[in-house]
Ligand binder design. Structure first.
Ligand code: BGC
Length: 820
């Protein structure tokens, strides 16, 4: 018998090692390989390595699995195409374009030898301040879900695994590692989970990433209800569930709570923690097997074992992908206000472009930030398209950087040497002897990858600035620090700024009264963990002089303001203000006093407070963070070469206090628990039933043409499906696209249900004078809600209203259907 087996093995080696057989199913191959791994190997396999990899295992020929960030570009391996922010993608409401984006990202990933793209992000927009709204897809689960499915299918069509993140309820960045998002089961199921569910069930996403925040008191990475019961149980997700980077807290709890892969390394799910537990029977080896099997299954399913994913030796701009970036930017910018000023006339001779964002690449900050091969700024676009004389005023609002060189820094008490002493350490904790000490006359650095100080490690270093501030004049001074990662500032021994944690670039300012010629000791400590590093420090009396902007505005026929946030003021790791950055609303006021023909092009991941200045400007184009082609797209829209067609994927409140979330956002009792007291009433679900109205409703966006809706036909429910059709006609003078929205409600319901909920939408391009019939089909899920008692979705037979809207507040056609 033994002899026969040996002969067989020699004759049919592939059968002997099924995992090597490309004809065997992915499932069989994964199981076969698993059966050959030792317990130690399996445990090791559950932890990532080298920051963005799953380790390879040479004896099985298992390759290393390489990851890169998304969602707006393949971030980690040098220059690449920079696509617009995900919220802009959502604002296109164009599922085909989302798919094109996925395909383009998949290609970019393949070119970089990447197997897993860490995107898309689908967390719900709950409040405008959330630093990561720009990486997500708005307030509505149906919109976010459908766009994510298109995106995922596109990525995965290129043989690259997509990773839907962050599971779940990461709706604020403020204190994100400690705060628990608390909500009832129905709210969780109806608002915060559907986009993930669609990503899994329809998109067949290969990977899911847990969030940093806790959910109902339990860390996401060990939340068995979310991970095991819902994701892997009810939705039957059979791929990889990975942690966010350093979001695992307890190895055994995570292994038991559903986490398959701890990223970026096995800090907790490792031999030391898990082996004894398996050996003493408190953790079953079957649990370990399931985690490893999921990783192997995806590797075989996507062909990672059989095909080499190699980094191309040269990576150049791909014009097709740049075109996807351009089409998205054209389709996702939202025209919010137009008092007849737009499109701007070709006859305009003098244009003043004012504001810090006009000549730079504007994106949100954090792990999605992408270094583009090339980018078109708004200024480039305006110059190219307008043919007018363009005057540009960049420093209309001074930044902290403009004060660094004149800050009254001296290296020591009584010294006349300007600058600060900088001690560098090759560890993150300022420990031991410095490896380098320099005098830094201008303490302002934006090191892309590594500091340019001899002897200092590119990553995991720290630095301490010490010196004296000796001002010539008395006054209320600003102490401003900008840094990526952690920093803390001490003045005369007292800690006045503390951002000692990993985060993207952010700026903090503290005002301190100083007396002329007195000396104040300053100590600024900084560390860098990995990736980009930056530190800047300035002490100044602010002088704001709007003269240049005023004069330029006065001399121009039209003013285009380019304001809002950028990667240092909005991004991962912190929340931003609802107000525009410092002094920008005053600038709008000053400029509009000189020239009424003012249009604002706004950069932000969501809404900003507009009440003070909205009435004073004639046009407002929300450009979000528009990617490398954003300048071209915005200029094309301003000058009418492209008709704007984006619509808001989130409600824009007038005041923060109008938002139903406002009382339950910033951990109101300081107990690290944020209770979602508004329940289902997020965004339009609230404004629809309240007397409080938003400034701009969910689904709103202006066009240069007009659309007429007619002929609503609602078929009878048949085989669980309802067919709906209606006609849209372009009745204006421009070709253009219209986003029509299908809302459903059940007025007579045994439980409270929202007045309307988005269940379908369509984007239809029509030449002027043209009309088209739009058809959509609703299935049973469009009528369901989460029946908490029965612990599942269901519906109550009866009459449902069907509303077809140009926005959530602008319903054009209404009808009803009996869903039996
Ligand atoms: C982010 C993730 C990202 C990861 C790797 C984390 O800080 O939350 O979205 O994929 O870093 O860069």
């Amino acid at each position: 018998m033994r002899l026969l087996l040996a002969v067989l093995l020699a004759t049919f080696p592939l059968y002997a090692q099924k995992y090597k057989d490309p004809k065997a199913s992915a499932e069989d191959r994964a199981r076969d390989l698993l059966s050959r791994m030792t317990l130690e190997e399996k445990i090791d396999y559950m932890g990532g390595h080298n920051d963005f990899y799953i380790r390879g295992i040479e004896r099985f020929g298992l390759p290393e699995i390489k990851m890169t960030d998304g969602p707006v570009g393949t971030r980690n391996y040098g220059k690449t195409t920079a696509y617009p922010a995900s919220i802009l993608t959502a604002a296109t409401w164009d599922v085909n374009l989302a798919r094109d984006l996925g395909v383009a990202l998949g290609k970019d990933a393949r070119e970089r030898g990447v197997h897993i793209l860490l995107a898309p992000g689908v967390n719900i927009y709950r409040a405008p301040m959330n630093g990561r709204n720009f990486e997500y897809m708005g307030e509505d689960p149906c919109l976010a879900g459908k766009m994510a499915v298109g995106y995922i299918k596109g990525v995965q069509s290129q043989g690259v695994v997509a990773t839907v993140k962050h599971f779940a309820a990461n709706n604020q960045e403020w204190d994100r590692n400690n705060v628990s998002s608390d909500m009832d089961e129905r709210t969780l199921r109806e608002i915060y989970l559907p986009a993930f569910k669609m990503a899994v069930e329809e998109g067949k996403v290969g990977a899911v990433m847990n969030s940093y925040n806790l959910i109902n008191g339990e860390h996401a990475t060990q939340n068995a209800h979310l991970n095991s019961d819902i994701l892997k149980g009810e939705w039957q997700f059979d791929g990889i569930l990975m942690s966010d980077w350093v979001a695992t807290y307890d190895g055994i709890a995570a292994a038991k709570g559903g986490l398959d892969l701890e990223m970026p390394s096995a800090k907790f799910m490792n031999r030391e923690t898990l082996l004894p537990a398996v050996r003493n029977g408190s953790l079953s080896e079957k649990v370990i097997d399931d985690h490893v099997l999921r990783i192997l299954r995806i590797i075989f399913r996507f062909g990672f074992y059989d095909h080499v994913y190699a980094m191309a030796s040269e990576r150049n701009e791909n014009p097709q992908n740049s075109n996807v970036a351009l089409e998205l930017a054209r389709g996702g910018m939202v025209l919010l206000k137009n008092d007849g000023i737009l499109p701007l006339k070709k006859s305009i001779r003098n244009i003043a472009v004012i504001g810090p964002n006009a000549d730079s690449f504007v994106s949100g900050g954090g792990s999605s930030i992408t270094n583009p091969f090339r980018y078109e700024t708004l200024l480039d676009g305006i110059k190219k398209i307008s043919g007018a004389n363009v005057t540009f005023v960049k420093n209309a609002v001074p930044t902290m950087e403009s004060y660094v060189a004149t800050s009254p820094f001296y290296v020591a008490k009584g010294s006349k040497t300007r600058g600060l002493r900088a001690d560098y350490f090759n560890n993150q904790k300022l420990e031991g002897k410095p490896v380098a000490t320099v005098t830094d006359a201008v303490p302002n650095h934006d090191w892309n990858e590594s500091p340019d100080v001899a002897g200092v490690d590119p990553d995991h270093f720290s630095m301490r600035y010490t010196g004296i501030v000796r001002p010539d004049k008395s006054g209320l001074y600003k102490f401003a620090v900008r840094g990526d990662d952690g920093f803390r500032l001490f003045v005369n021994g007292e800690k006045v700024i503390d951002e000692w944690g990993d985060h993207a670039t952010l700026t903090r300012v503290k005002e301190i009264p100083l007396e002329a010629h007195k000396e104040y000791e300053v100590k600024l400590e900084f560390y860098e963990n990995a990736g980009e590093a930056s530190i800047g420090f300035a002490v100044y009396l602010e002088q704001i002089d709007f003269t240049e902007a005023r004069e330029a505005a006065k001399a121009a026929d039209v003013v285009i303001l380019s304001l809002g946030f950028d990667s240092s003021s909005e991004g991962e790791g912190f929340d931003r203000s609802f107000e525009l950055p410092e002094h920008q609303s005053t600038l709008i006021e000053k400029v509009t006093q000189e020239n009424h023909n003012t249009v604002l092009v706004l950069n932000a991941g969501g809404n900003v407070r507009m009440q003070d200045w909205l009435p004073k400007i004639k046009g407002l184009l929300h450009a979000w963070f528009p990617g490398q082609e954003g300048g071209t797209a915005a200029a094309e829209i301003l000058f009418g070469k492209v008709n704007p067609s984006g619509k808001l994927p989130a409600s824009f409140e007038k005041e923060w206090t109008d938002n139903p979330v406002h009382g339950s956002y910033y951990d109101p009792d300081g107990d690290k628990r944020v209770t979602y007291t508004e329940k289902l009433d997020v965004g339009y679900r609230y404004y629809n039933k309240s007397d409080v109205k938003p400034q701009f409703a969910f689904g709103f966006g202006l066009s240069y043409t007009t659309f007429k809706y007619s002929d609503l036909k609602i078929g009878k429910a048949k085989n669980g499906l309802v067919n709906i059709s209606y006609t849209i006609a372009n009745t204006g003078n421009f070709d253009g696209a219209e986003i029509s929205q299908v809302y459903v409600s059940q007025p007579k319901s045994p439980v409270q249900r929202p007045k309307k909920e988005l269940k379908a939408f369509a984007k239809t391009f029509l030449r002027k004078g043209e009309k088209q019939t739009v058809s959509v089909t609703l299935d049973q899920t469009a009528f369901e809600y989460y029946k908490a008692a029965g612990k599942k979705f269901g519906y109550d037979p009866g009459t449902f209203e069907i509303k077809i809207g140009a926005s959530s507040a602008d319903i054009r056609l209404e009808g009803s259907v009996v869903f039996p």
